[in-house]
Design a protein around this ligand. Structure first.
Ligand code: FES
Length: 121
């Protein structure tokens, strides 16, 4: 069983070990980390966190658009660690998750992958 270290930088750099085959949300909650969640299938964005280093597999998520992915967001209920990682969790990590769509409209390449186009690049 492969284990990786998760460091939560906005919680005094506390460290946890997670199983690479299990969702990070479940692994952290099982170790007492209080994290918000809703659907648990990658669709509602409630469990989003900011990945600041390392790599995850989150191919099952459908909540994030390319702009959010480019800003480092991960969906903890479906993401599995692929290396040691560092995360910012909680609503204070959401400073680049949401934006005012009237002030900062997305370019077409920043939309969700299945509808994004390259024409604005
Ligand atoms: S709990 Fe809904 S996307 Fe993770």
């Amino acid at each position: 069983m492969t284990k990786y270290k998760v460091t939560i930088t906005n919680r005094d750099n506390v460290e946890y070990e997670v199983d690479a085959k299990r969702p990070i949300l479940d692994e952290l909650r099982n170790q007492g980390v209080d994290l918000p969640y809703g659907c648990k299938y990658g669709g509602c964005i409630t469990c989003a966190a900011k990945l600041t280093s390392g790599d995850v597999d989150q191919k099952r998520q459908v909540a994030l658009n390319n702009w959010q992915l480019d800003n480092g967001y991960v969906i903890l209920c479906v993401a599995r660690a692929k290396s040691d990682i560092t995360l910012e969790i909680g609503t204070e990590s959401h400073y680049k998750l949401y934006r005012n769509p009237f002030l900062e409209p997305l370019k077409s390449y920043q939309l969700k992958a299945d509808i994004a186009s390259k024409e604005d690049i």
